[in-house]
Design a protein around this ligand. Sequence first.
Ligand code: SF4
Length: 80
Amino acid sequence: MRSRTVAKVEAMMKVFVDPDLCQRHGECVAEVPEVFALPEDGPVRVLRDEPPVKLRAKVADALRYCPTGAISLSDPAKES
Ligand code: SF4
């Protein structure tokens, strides 16, 4: 059974891709295909905008390696 703490941490990260900045380099898909997908055309798609804790380090790598800075993270609790 998952703890409340794990669920809370999972809820703290939401993934966005700016379609105007994405140039389809694909590094994010290579890093974490569970979260990002590259369609035949157009910018990358976010498959899971609130990835589980076990994928967060990979998502952080994708953010780091995206050459255009198209990926961003936010805390959904601060959005409103
Ligand atoms: S690495 Fe960045 S530019 Fe490349 S597909 Fe992913 S979001 Fe787009």
